[in-house]
Design a binder for this molecule. Structure first.
Ligand code: PEP
Ligand code: MG
Length: 550
Protein backbone atom coordinates (compact mmCIF):
# COMPACT_ATOMS: atom_id res chain seq x y z
CA UNK A 1 0.00 0.00 0.00
CA UNK A 2 1.21 3.51 -0.82
CA UNK A 3 -0.24 6.71 0.69
CA UNK A 4 0.10 10.19 -0.80
CA UNK A 5 -1.02 13.51 0.65
CA UNK A 6 -2.68 16.38 -1.12
CA UNK A 7 -5.09 19.22 -0.41
CA UNK A 8 -8.74 18.34 -0.27
CA UNK A 9 -11.13 20.13 -2.59
CA UNK A 10 -14.29 18.29 -1.61
CA UNK A 11 -14.98 15.87 1.23
CA UNK A 12 -16.19 12.30 0.84
CA UNK A 13 -14.67 8.91 0.22
CA UNK A 14 -14.19 7.37 -3.22
CA UNK A 15 -13.16 3.75 -3.68
CA UNK A 16 -12.39 2.36 -7.12
CA UNK A 17 -9.94 1.69 -9.88
CA UNK A 18 -7.37 4.40 -10.60
CA UNK A 19 -7.02 5.64 -14.16
CA UNK A 20 -4.00 7.77 -14.99
CA UNK A 21 -5.03 10.46 -17.43
CA UNK A 22 -2.39 11.22 -20.02
CA UNK A 23 -2.36 14.55 -21.78
CA UNK A 24 -4.11 14.54 -25.15
CA UNK A 25 -2.13 16.23 -27.92
CA UNK A 26 -0.48 13.45 -29.84
CA UNK A 27 2.81 14.67 -31.27
CA UNK A 28 2.92 13.47 -34.84
CA UNK A 29 6.36 13.02 -36.38
CA UNK A 30 6.97 12.43 -40.08
CA UNK A 31 9.05 9.27 -40.22
CA UNK A 32 10.38 7.64 -43.40
CA UNK A 33 9.48 3.95 -43.76
CA UNK A 34 10.89 1.15 -45.90
CA UNK A 35 7.85 -1.13 -46.27
CA UNK A 36 4.61 0.55 -47.39
CA UNK A 37 2.62 -2.71 -47.23
CA UNK A 38 3.57 -3.24 -43.60
CA UNK A 39 2.57 0.36 -42.83
CA UNK A 40 -0.79 -0.13 -44.57
CA UNK A 41 -1.29 -3.23 -42.43
CA UNK A 42 -0.63 -1.15 -39.27
CA UNK A 43 -3.22 1.32 -40.50
CA UNK A 44 -5.77 -1.43 -41.18
CA UNK A 45 -5.30 -2.90 -37.67
CA UNK A 46 -5.70 0.54 -36.08
CA UNK A 47 -8.84 1.17 -38.10
CA UNK A 48 -10.39 -2.11 -36.92
CA UNK A 49 -9.59 -1.23 -33.32
CA UNK A 50 -11.18 2.21 -33.78
CA UNK A 51 -14.35 0.68 -35.25
CA UNK A 52 -14.53 -1.68 -32.28
CA UNK A 53 -14.14 1.20 -29.77
CA UNK A 54 -16.86 3.14 -31.55
CA UNK A 55 -19.20 0.16 -31.54
CA UNK A 56 -18.78 -0.13 -27.75
CA UNK A 57 -19.44 3.58 -27.33
CA UNK A 58 -22.50 3.29 -29.57
CA UNK A 59 -23.93 0.39 -27.52
CA UNK A 60 -23.35 2.25 -24.28
CA UNK A 61 -24.83 5.51 -25.56
CA UNK A 62 -27.82 3.68 -27.00
CA UNK A 63 -28.67 2.37 -23.55
CA UNK A 64 -27.99 5.63 -21.74
CA UNK A 65 -29.05 8.42 -24.05
CA UNK A 66 -31.10 6.85 -26.81
CA UNK A 67 -30.72 6.25 -30.49
CA UNK A 68 -30.66 9.85 -31.70
CA UNK A 69 -27.74 10.78 -29.44
CA UNK A 70 -25.88 7.53 -30.04
CA UNK A 71 -26.03 8.02 -33.82
CA UNK A 72 -22.85 10.06 -33.83
CA UNK A 73 -20.77 6.96 -33.05
CA UNK A 74 -22.38 5.18 -35.97
CA UNK A 75 -21.54 8.11 -38.24
CA UNK A 76 -17.93 7.98 -37.03
CA UNK A 77 -17.75 4.30 -37.89
CA UNK A 78 -19.01 5.06 -41.38
CA UNK A 79 -16.49 7.85 -41.79
CA UNK A 80 -13.69 5.43 -41.00
CA UNK A 81 -14.85 3.42 -43.99
CA UNK A 82 -15.00 6.41 -46.29
CA UNK A 83 -13.15 5.68 -49.54
CA UNK A 84 -11.82 9.21 -50.00
CA UNK A 85 -10.39 9.28 -46.49
CA UNK A 86 -8.76 5.85 -46.80
CA UNK A 87 -7.41 6.54 -50.28
CA UNK A 88 -5.83 9.76 -49.06
CA UNK A 89 -4.08 7.93 -46.19
CA UNK A 90 -2.87 5.19 -48.52
CA UNK A 91 -1.69 7.66 -51.12
CA UNK A 92 0.40 9.56 -48.58
CA UNK A 93 1.92 6.36 -47.15
CA UNK A 94 2.81 4.92 -50.56
CA UNK A 95 3.91 7.98 -52.49
CA UNK A 96 5.83 9.68 -49.67
CA UNK A 97 6.96 6.42 -47.97
CA UNK A 98 6.02 7.84 -44.56
CA UNK A 99 4.45 6.48 -41.38
CA UNK A 100 0.71 5.96 -40.94
CA UNK A 101 0.54 8.54 -38.11
CA UNK A 102 1.73 11.27 -40.43
CA UNK A 103 -0.61 10.14 -43.22
CA UNK A 104 -3.61 10.19 -40.87
CA UNK A 105 -2.72 13.60 -39.40
CA UNK A 106 -2.18 15.13 -42.86
CA UNK A 107 -5.43 13.64 -44.17
CA UNK A 108 -7.27 14.92 -41.10
CA UNK A 109 -5.98 18.46 -41.65
CA UNK A 110 -6.82 18.45 -45.35
CA UNK A 111 -10.31 17.01 -44.93
CA UNK A 112 -11.16 19.18 -41.92
CA UNK A 113 -10.15 22.29 -43.86
CA UNK A 114 -12.20 21.20 -46.84
CA UNK A 115 -15.33 20.61 -44.73
CA UNK A 116 -14.84 23.82 -42.76
CA UNK A 117 -14.81 25.87 -45.97
CA UNK A 118 -18.14 24.50 -47.21
CA UNK A 119 -21.24 26.70 -47.16
CA UNK A 120 -23.58 24.06 -45.85
CA UNK A 121 -23.72 24.14 -42.01
CA UNK A 122 -24.17 20.38 -41.79
CA UNK A 123 -21.06 19.74 -43.87
CA UNK A 124 -19.12 22.36 -41.89
CA UNK A 125 -19.76 20.43 -38.71
CA UNK A 126 -18.23 17.31 -40.25
CA UNK A 127 -14.81 18.97 -39.85
CA UNK A 128 -14.94 18.25 -36.12
CA UNK A 129 -15.92 14.64 -36.82
CA UNK A 130 -12.97 14.09 -39.14
CA UNK A 131 -10.65 15.42 -36.45
CA UNK A 132 -12.29 13.22 -33.87
CA UNK A 133 -11.92 9.95 -35.80
CA UNK A 134 -8.38 10.88 -36.76
CA UNK A 135 -7.42 11.53 -33.12
CA UNK A 136 -8.83 8.16 -32.21
CA UNK A 137 -6.74 6.50 -34.94
CA UNK A 138 -3.64 8.41 -33.84
CA UNK A 139 -4.09 7.40 -30.22
CA UNK A 140 -4.32 3.75 -31.29
CA UNK A 141 -1.33 4.00 -33.64
CA UNK A 142 0.68 5.60 -30.82
CA UNK A 143 -0.24 2.66 -28.65
CA UNK A 144 -1.39 5.21 -26.08
CA UNK A 145 -4.71 5.26 -24.35
CA UNK A 146 -6.98 7.81 -25.88
CA UNK A 147 -6.94 11.05 -23.89
CA UNK A 148 -10.60 10.54 -23.24
CA UNK A 149 -11.24 8.07 -20.49
CA UNK A 150 -12.71 5.03 -22.22
CA UNK A 151 -13.85 2.87 -19.38
CA UNK A 152 -16.78 0.69 -18.51
CA UNK A 153 -16.59 1.28 -14.81
CA UNK A 154 -16.33 4.52 -12.82
CA UNK A 155 -12.73 5.38 -11.98
CA UNK A 156 -10.58 7.69 -9.87
CA UNK A 157 -8.94 10.04 -12.37
CA UNK A 158 -5.33 10.80 -11.51
CA UNK A 159 -3.58 13.45 -13.60
CA UNK A 160 -0.76 15.93 -13.57
CA UNK A 161 -3.23 18.76 -13.95
CA UNK A 162 -6.46 19.17 -15.86
CA UNK A 163 -7.36 22.16 -18.00
CA UNK A 164 -11.03 23.17 -18.06
CA UNK A 165 -11.16 22.10 -21.72
CA UNK A 166 -10.06 18.62 -20.67
CA UNK A 167 -12.45 18.24 -17.77
CA UNK A 168 -15.41 19.13 -19.96
CA UNK A 169 -14.61 16.18 -22.20
CA UNK A 170 -14.65 13.63 -19.43
CA UNK A 171 -17.63 11.37 -19.15
CA UNK A 172 -18.77 12.57 -15.74
CA UNK A 173 -20.68 9.37 -14.97
CA UNK A 174 -17.39 7.54 -15.12
CA UNK A 175 -15.56 9.75 -12.62
CA UNK A 176 -15.54 8.82 -8.93
CA UNK A 177 -12.93 11.36 -7.94
CA UNK A 178 -10.27 13.72 -9.30
CA UNK A 179 -6.71 13.72 -7.99
CA UNK A 180 -4.22 16.12 -9.56
CA UNK A 181 -0.53 16.45 -8.81
CA UNK A 182 -0.73 20.18 -9.51
CA UNK A 183 -3.63 22.63 -9.66
CA UNK A 184 -4.86 25.07 -7.06
CA UNK A 185 -7.79 25.08 -4.66
CA UNK A 186 -9.52 27.67 -6.81
CA UNK A 187 -8.85 26.10 -10.18
CA UNK A 188 -11.80 25.14 -12.32
CA UNK A 189 -11.10 21.44 -11.84
CA UNK A 190 -11.61 22.03 -8.14
CA UNK A 191 -14.82 23.92 -8.85
CA UNK A 192 -15.99 21.12 -11.13
CA UNK A 193 -15.34 18.51 -8.45
CA UNK A 194 -17.47 20.53 -6.03
CA UNK A 195 -20.22 20.87 -8.63
CA UNK A 196 -20.20 17.12 -9.10
CA UNK A 197 -20.02 16.67 -5.33
CA UNK A 198 -17.25 14.12 -5.59
CA UNK A 199 -14.16 13.84 -3.40
CA UNK A 200 -11.13 15.46 -5.00
CA UNK A 201 -7.54 16.25 -4.11
CA UNK A 202 -5.00 18.60 -5.62
CA UNK A 203 -1.27 19.02 -5.05
CA UNK A 204 -0.49 15.34 -4.47
CA UNK A 205 3.09 16.10 -5.43
CA UNK A 206 4.71 12.74 -4.67
CA UNK A 207 2.11 10.70 -6.56
CA UNK A 208 3.71 8.99 -9.60
CA UNK A 209 1.68 8.94 -12.81
CA UNK A 210 2.79 5.54 -14.04
CA UNK A 211 2.04 1.83 -13.97
CA UNK A 212 2.66 1.68 -10.21
CA UNK A 213 -0.65 3.54 -9.87
CA UNK A 214 -2.60 3.05 -13.11
CA UNK A 215 -5.26 0.34 -12.91
CA UNK A 216 -4.70 -0.23 -9.17
CA UNK A 217 -7.39 -0.07 -6.55
CA UNK A 218 -7.42 3.35 -4.91
CA UNK A 219 -9.16 5.17 -2.08
CA UNK A 220 -9.50 8.92 -2.03
CA UNK A 221 -10.15 10.33 1.42
CA UNK A 222 -11.46 13.80 0.70
CA UNK A 223 -11.80 14.51 4.43
CA UNK A 224 -8.12 14.04 5.20
CA UNK A 225 -6.56 14.82 1.83
CA UNK A 226 -5.11 11.35 1.23
CA UNK A 227 -5.03 8.88 -1.62
CA UNK A 228 -4.26 5.23 -0.87
CA UNK A 229 -2.98 3.06 -3.72
CA UNK A 230 -3.41 -0.68 -3.29
CA UNK A 231 -4.91 -0.24 0.20
CA UNK A 232 -4.50 -2.99 2.78
CA UNK A 233 -7.53 -4.72 4.28
CA UNK A 234 -7.60 -2.56 7.43
CA UNK A 235 -7.71 0.72 5.55
CA UNK A 236 -10.25 -0.64 3.10
CA UNK A 237 -12.58 -1.66 5.92
CA UNK A 238 -12.06 1.63 7.77
CA UNK A 239 -12.75 3.67 4.64
CA UNK A 240 -15.82 1.69 3.66
CA UNK A 241 -17.25 2.43 7.11
CA UNK A 242 -16.41 6.12 6.74
CA UNK A 243 -18.03 6.18 3.30
CA UNK A 244 -21.19 4.65 4.73
CA UNK A 245 -21.25 7.20 7.56
CA UNK A 246 -20.91 10.05 5.05
CA UNK A 247 -23.72 8.61 2.97
CA UNK A 248 -26.00 8.44 6.00
CA UNK A 249 -25.25 12.08 6.84
CA UNK A 250 -26.11 13.08 3.29
CA UNK A 251 -29.34 11.11 3.48
CA UNK A 252 -30.25 12.96 6.66
CA UNK A 253 -29.85 16.24 4.80
CA UNK A 254 -32.35 15.00 2.25
CA UNK A 255 -35.04 15.48 4.90
CA UNK A 256 -34.49 19.22 4.46
CA UNK A 257 -35.72 19.10 0.90
CA UNK A 258 -38.79 21.19 0.21
CA UNK A 259 -38.18 23.43 3.25
CA UNK A 260 -38.05 27.20 2.91
CA UNK A 261 -34.69 28.90 3.51
CA UNK A 262 -35.73 31.01 6.47
CA UNK A 263 -33.93 31.78 9.71
CA UNK A 264 -35.48 31.41 13.17
CA UNK A 265 -36.15 35.16 13.21
CA UNK A 266 -37.71 35.20 9.77
CA UNK A 267 -34.93 36.31 7.41
CA UNK A 268 -35.11 34.66 4.02
CA UNK A 269 -32.30 33.84 1.67
CA UNK A 270 -32.29 32.40 -1.84
CA UNK A 271 -30.14 29.28 -2.21
CA UNK A 272 -29.20 28.77 -5.84
CA UNK A 273 -26.84 26.42 -7.67
CA UNK A 274 -23.72 26.97 -9.78
CA UNK A 275 -23.43 24.92 -12.94
CA UNK A 276 -21.18 24.67 -15.99
CA UNK A 277 -23.18 22.35 -18.14
CA UNK A 278 -26.77 21.27 -18.72
CA UNK A 279 -25.76 17.81 -17.55
CA UNK A 280 -25.50 19.34 -14.05
CA UNK A 281 -29.24 20.06 -14.02
CA UNK A 282 -30.11 16.68 -12.49
CA UNK A 283 -28.04 17.40 -9.37
CA UNK A 284 -29.49 20.92 -9.18
CA UNK A 285 -32.98 19.48 -8.97
CA UNK A 286 -31.98 16.61 -6.67
CA UNK A 287 -30.53 19.13 -4.22
CA UNK A 288 -33.62 21.32 -4.26
CA UNK A 289 -31.98 24.50 -5.54
CA UNK A 290 -34.25 27.54 -5.71
CA UNK A 291 -32.71 28.49 -9.04
CA UNK A 292 -29.42 28.71 -10.85
CA UNK A 293 -27.26 31.56 -9.65
CA UNK A 294 -24.36 31.03 -12.01
CA UNK A 295 -24.30 29.13 -15.27
CA UNK A 296 -20.70 29.46 -16.49
CA UNK A 297 -21.59 29.73 -20.18
CA UNK A 298 -17.96 29.72 -21.29
CA UNK A 299 -17.98 25.95 -20.84
CA UNK A 300 -20.21 25.77 -23.93
CA UNK A 301 -17.36 27.40 -25.83
CA UNK A 302 -14.65 25.30 -24.19
CA UNK A 303 -16.17 21.98 -25.19
CA UNK A 304 -16.29 22.91 -28.87
CA UNK A 305 -13.71 23.35 -31.56
CA UNK A 306 -15.33 26.43 -33.03
CA UNK A 307 -17.67 29.20 -31.88
CA UNK A 308 -21.04 27.79 -30.85
CA UNK A 309 -23.74 29.13 -33.14
CA UNK A 310 -26.68 31.24 -31.98
CA UNK A 311 -28.98 28.27 -32.55
CA UNK A 312 -26.81 25.86 -30.52
CA UNK A 313 -26.67 28.31 -27.64
CA UNK A 314 -30.37 29.07 -27.86
CA UNK A 315 -31.20 25.37 -27.52
CA UNK A 316 -29.01 25.04 -24.42
CA UNK A 317 -30.38 28.16 -22.68
CA UNK A 318 -33.95 27.19 -23.59
CA UNK A 319 -33.42 23.71 -22.11
CA UNK A 320 -32.16 25.19 -18.84
CA UNK A 321 -34.97 27.73 -18.67
CA UNK A 322 -37.62 25.09 -19.35
CA UNK A 323 -36.11 22.50 -17.01
CA UNK A 324 -36.00 24.99 -14.16
CA UNK A 325 -39.68 25.65 -14.81
CA UNK A 326 -40.08 29.28 -13.82
CA UNK A 327 -37.25 29.36 -11.29
CA UNK A 328 -34.62 32.02 -11.90
CA UNK A 329 -31.70 30.94 -14.11
CA UNK A 330 -28.78 33.36 -14.18
CA UNK A 331 -26.55 32.82 -17.17
CA UNK A 332 -23.20 34.51 -17.06
CA UNK A 333 -21.97 35.69 -20.43
CA UNK A 334 -18.75 34.33 -21.82
CA UNK A 335 -15.85 34.47 -19.33
CA UNK A 336 -13.04 33.21 -21.55
CA UNK A 337 -9.44 34.14 -20.87
CA UNK A 338 -7.02 33.69 -17.96
CA UNK A 339 -7.09 29.96 -17.14
CA UNK A 340 -9.99 29.30 -19.55
CA UNK A 341 -8.31 29.35 -22.93
CA UNK A 342 -10.03 28.43 -26.17
CA UNK A 343 -7.77 27.83 -29.17
CA UNK A 344 -10.14 29.17 -31.77
CA UNK A 345 -10.29 32.58 -30.05
CA UNK A 346 -6.71 32.95 -31.30
CA UNK A 347 -5.69 35.06 -28.35
CA UNK A 348 -2.20 36.43 -28.16
CA UNK A 349 0.19 35.29 -25.45
CA UNK A 350 -0.06 37.57 -22.42
CA UNK A 351 2.39 38.15 -19.59
CA UNK A 352 -0.44 38.39 -17.05
CA UNK A 353 -3.53 36.65 -18.41
CA UNK A 354 -5.49 37.02 -15.16
CA UNK A 355 -5.06 40.76 -15.58
CA UNK A 356 -5.51 40.59 -19.29
CA UNK A 357 -7.87 40.19 -22.14
CA UNK A 358 -10.74 38.22 -20.65
CA UNK A 359 -14.50 38.06 -20.11
CA UNK A 360 -16.38 41.29 -20.80
CA UNK A 361 -13.24 42.82 -22.28
CA UNK A 362 -13.39 40.29 -25.11
CA UNK A 363 -17.14 40.76 -25.51
CA UNK A 364 -16.90 44.54 -25.76
CA UNK A 365 -14.07 44.46 -28.27
CA UNK A 366 -15.40 41.55 -30.34
CA UNK A 367 -19.11 42.44 -30.34
CA UNK A 368 -19.95 39.89 -33.03
CA UNK A 369 -19.23 37.09 -30.50
CA UNK A 370 -21.10 38.93 -27.74
CA UNK A 371 -24.12 39.67 -29.92
CA UNK A 372 -24.49 36.02 -30.95
CA UNK A 373 -24.68 35.04 -27.30
CA UNK A 374 -27.04 37.90 -26.39
CA UNK A 375 -29.39 37.04 -29.23
CA UNK A 376 -29.53 33.42 -28.04
CA UNK A 377 -30.15 34.57 -24.45
CA UNK A 378 -32.91 37.05 -25.32
CA UNK A 379 -34.63 34.45 -27.48
CA UNK A 380 -34.40 31.78 -24.75
CA UNK A 381 -35.81 34.26 -22.21
CA UNK A 382 -39.20 33.71 -23.76
CA UNK A 383 -39.13 30.16 -22.31
CA UNK A 384 -38.58 30.76 -18.61
CA UNK A 385 -37.18 33.14 -16.02
CA UNK A 386 -33.74 33.84 -17.45
CA UNK A 387 -31.38 36.48 -16.15
CA UNK A 388 -28.09 37.60 -17.68
CA UNK A 389 -25.01 38.38 -15.65
CA UNK A 390 -21.95 40.18 -16.99
CA UNK A 391 -18.51 39.20 -15.60
CA UNK A 392 -15.38 41.19 -14.75
CA UNK A 393 -17.03 44.59 -14.65
CA UNK A 394 -14.86 47.46 -13.42
CA UNK A 395 -16.82 50.60 -14.34
CA UNK A 396 -20.16 52.21 -15.11
CA UNK A 397 -18.80 52.99 -18.55
CA UNK A 398 -18.60 49.29 -19.36
CA UNK A 399 -22.20 48.81 -18.27
CA UNK A 400 -23.27 51.67 -20.53
CA UNK A 401 -21.43 50.07 -23.45
CA UNK A 402 -23.15 46.74 -22.71
CA UNK A 403 -26.51 48.51 -22.72
CA UNK A 404 -25.80 50.01 -26.13
CA UNK A 405 -25.02 46.57 -27.55
CA UNK A 406 -28.11 45.11 -25.89
CA UNK A 407 -30.24 47.81 -27.53
CA UNK A 408 -28.75 46.94 -30.91
CA UNK A 409 -29.55 43.26 -30.35
CA UNK A 410 -33.13 44.03 -29.36
CA UNK A 411 -33.62 46.26 -32.40
CA UNK A 412 -32.23 43.58 -34.72
CA UNK A 413 -34.43 40.84 -33.26
CA UNK A 414 -37.49 43.08 -33.50
CA UNK A 415 -36.74 44.00 -37.06
CA UNK A 416 -36.32 40.35 -37.98
CA UNK A 417 -39.60 39.48 -36.30
CA UNK A 418 -37.90 36.98 -33.95
CA UNK A 419 -39.62 36.23 -30.65
CA UNK A 420 -37.73 37.26 -27.51
CA UNK A 421 -38.27 38.49 -23.95
CA UNK A 422 -36.27 40.88 -21.82
CA UNK A 423 -34.38 39.11 -19.04
CA UNK A 424 -33.18 40.66 -15.80
CA UNK A 425 -29.63 41.89 -16.15
CA UNK A 426 -27.07 41.99 -13.39
CA UNK A 427 -23.34 42.13 -12.97
CA UNK A 428 -20.68 40.23 -11.13
CA UNK A 429 -18.80 42.15 -8.52
CA UNK A 430 -15.42 40.48 -8.74
CA UNK A 431 -12.99 43.36 -9.05
CA UNK A 432 -12.18 45.74 -6.20
CA UNK A 433 -13.03 48.58 -8.62
CA UNK A 434 -16.60 47.31 -9.01
CA UNK A 435 -16.97 46.90 -5.24
CA UNK A 436 -15.75 50.45 -4.65
CA UNK A 437 -18.20 51.97 -7.16
CA UNK A 438 -21.01 49.56 -6.36
CA UNK A 439 -23.19 52.50 -5.24
CA UNK A 440 -23.13 53.87 -8.80
CA UNK A 441 -23.32 50.47 -10.47
CA UNK A 442 -26.38 49.56 -8.40
CA UNK A 443 -28.36 52.29 -10.16
CA UNK A 444 -27.67 50.66 -13.50
CA UNK A 445 -28.54 46.98 -13.04
CA UNK A 446 -31.11 44.57 -11.59
CA UNK A 447 -28.83 42.64 -9.23
CA UNK A 448 -25.28 42.02 -8.05
CA UNK A 449 -23.50 38.72 -7.58
CA UNK A 450 -20.16 38.76 -5.84
CA UNK A 451 -17.52 36.57 -7.48
CA UNK A 452 -15.35 35.97 -4.46
CA UNK A 453 -12.82 33.83 -6.34
CA UNK A 454 -11.68 36.70 -8.48
CA UNK A 455 -12.48 39.38 -5.93
CA UNK A 456 -10.07 37.70 -3.51
CA UNK A 457 -7.46 37.21 -6.23
CA UNK A 458 -7.55 40.87 -7.25
CA UNK A 459 -7.88 42.28 -3.74
CA UNK A 460 -5.01 40.28 -2.28
CA UNK A 461 -2.95 40.40 -5.50
CA UNK A 462 -2.70 36.60 -5.42
CA UNK A 463 -2.99 34.52 -8.58
CA UNK A 464 -5.78 32.05 -7.75
CA UNK A 465 -4.10 29.45 -9.96
CA UNK A 466 -0.78 29.56 -8.16
CA UNK A 467 -0.58 26.56 -5.80
CA UNK A 468 2.40 27.98 -3.96
CA UNK A 469 0.26 30.85 -2.75
CA UNK A 470 -2.61 28.84 -1.29
CA UNK A 471 -1.40 29.59 2.22
CA UNK A 472 -1.59 33.32 1.50
CA UNK A 473 -4.95 33.14 -0.27
CA UNK A 474 -7.10 34.12 2.67
CA UNK A 475 -10.69 34.33 1.48
CA UNK A 476 -11.69 35.40 5.02
CA UNK A 477 -9.45 38.46 4.76
CA UNK A 478 -11.26 41.46 6.29
CA UNK A 479 -10.68 43.43 3.09
CA UNK A 480 -12.75 40.89 1.16
CA UNK A 481 -15.46 40.58 3.81
CA UNK A 482 -15.81 44.34 4.16
CA UNK A 483 -16.19 44.71 0.44
CA UNK A 484 -18.94 42.08 0.39
CA UNK A 485 -20.77 43.92 3.17
CA UNK A 486 -20.38 47.20 1.32
CA UNK A 487 -21.72 45.70 -1.91
CA UNK A 488 -24.81 44.36 -0.10
CA UNK A 489 -25.43 47.74 1.54
CA UNK A 490 -25.09 49.64 -1.74
CA UNK A 491 -27.34 47.18 -3.52
CA UNK A 492 -30.08 47.57 -0.91
CA UNK A 493 -29.84 51.38 -0.96
CA UNK A 494 -30.65 51.23 -4.68
CA UNK A 495 -33.42 48.68 -4.14
CA UNK A 496 -31.71 45.71 -5.82
CA UNK A 497 -30.58 42.37 -4.39
CA UNK A 498 -27.05 41.09 -3.87
CA UNK A 499 -25.79 37.53 -3.84
CA UNK A 500 -22.53 35.61 -3.77
CA UNK A 501 -21.63 33.09 -6.44
CA UNK A 502 -17.93 32.58 -5.71
CA UNK A 503 -16.75 29.56 -3.74
CA UNK A 504 -16.84 31.53 -0.48
CA UNK A 505 -20.63 31.44 -0.62
CA UNK A 506 -20.44 27.74 0.28
CA UNK A 507 -18.18 28.29 3.28
CA UNK A 508 -20.51 27.29 6.09
CA UNK A 509 -18.33 29.00 8.68
CA UNK A 510 -19.45 32.28 7.09
CA UNK A 511 -23.13 31.57 6.43
CA UNK A 512 -24.28 33.43 9.54
CA UNK A 513 -21.98 36.33 8.75
CA UNK A 514 -23.43 36.60 5.23
CA UNK A 515 -26.94 36.54 6.65
CA UNK A 516 -25.96 39.32 9.04
CA UNK A 517 -24.67 41.36 6.10
CA UNK A 518 -28.07 40.94 4.49
CA UNK A 519 -26.84 38.88 1.56
CA UNK A 520 -29.97 37.91 -0.37
CA UNK A 521 -28.71 34.94 -2.34
CA UNK A 522 -25.99 32.32 -2.09
CA UNK A 523 -25.19 30.41 -5.23
CA UNK A 524 -23.12 27.33 -4.51
CA UNK A 525 -22.30 23.92 -5.90
CA UNK A 526 -25.49 21.80 -5.80
CA UNK A 527 -24.12 19.53 -3.04
CA UNK A 528 -23.67 22.52 -0.71
CA UNK A 529 -27.29 23.69 -0.80
CA UNK A 530 -28.75 21.42 1.87
CA UNK A 531 -25.86 21.84 4.37
CA UNK A 532 -26.33 25.63 4.10
CA UNK A 533 -30.10 25.32 4.43
CA UNK A 534 -29.51 23.42 7.68
CA UNK A 535 -27.51 26.35 9.08
CA UNK A 536 -30.03 28.92 7.87
CA UNK A 537 -32.85 27.05 9.60
CA UNK A 538 -30.88 26.93 12.87
CA UNK A 539 -29.77 30.58 12.84
CA UNK A 540 -31.20 33.57 14.64
CA UNK A 541 -29.63 36.53 12.85
CA UNK A 542 -30.66 39.08 15.49
CA UNK A 543 -28.97 37.02 18.22
CA UNK A 544 -25.91 36.49 16.05
CA UNK A 545 -25.56 40.25 15.52
CA UNK A 546 -25.98 40.90 19.25
CA UNK A 547 -23.34 38.31 20.14
CA UNK A 548 -21.00 39.81 17.58
CA UNK A 549 -21.47 43.34 18.93
CA UNK A 550 -20.70 42.14 22.44
C1 PEP B 1 -15.66 34.17 -9.18
O1 PEP B 1 -14.71 34.77 -9.68
O2 PEP B 1 -15.89 34.13 -7.96
C2 PEP B 1 -16.60 33.46 -10.06
C3 PEP B 1 -17.73 32.97 -9.58
O3 PEP B 1 -16.27 33.27 -11.36
P1 PEP B 1 -15.14 32.23 -11.87
O4 PEP B 1 -14.74 31.38 -10.71
O5 PEP B 1 -15.75 31.45 -12.97
O6 PEP B 1 -14.07 33.16 -12.33
MG1 MG C 1 -14.65 35.16 -11.79
Amino acid sequence: MQVYNGKSVFGGIAIGKISVYQKGEQQVKRVKIADADAEMERYAVAKDAAVEQLQKLYDKALKEVGEANAAIFEIHQMMLDDDDYNESVENIIRTQMVNAEYAVAATADNFAQMFASMDDDYMKERAADVKDISERLLAILHGADSNKVDTNEPVIIVADDLAPSETVQLDKDMVLSFVTVHGSLNSHTAILARTMAIPALIGTEALPLDASVDGKLGIVDGFNGKIYVDPDENILTEMKAKQQEDLEKKQLLQTLKGKENITLDGQKVMLYANIGNIKDLATVIQNDAGGIGLFRSEFIYLEREDYPTEEEQFQIYKTVAETMAGKRVIIRTLDIGADKQCDYFNMEHEENPALGYRAIRICLTRPEIFKTQLRALFRASAYGKLAIMYPMITSVKEVHRIKEIVEEVKAELTEQGIEFAIPEQGIMIETPAAAMVSDELAKEVDFFSVGTNDLTQYTLAIDRQNTKLDEFYDAHHPAVLRMIAMVAENAHKAGIWAGICGELGADTTLTQEFLAMGIDELSVSPGSILPIRKIVLETNVTDYKKRKAE
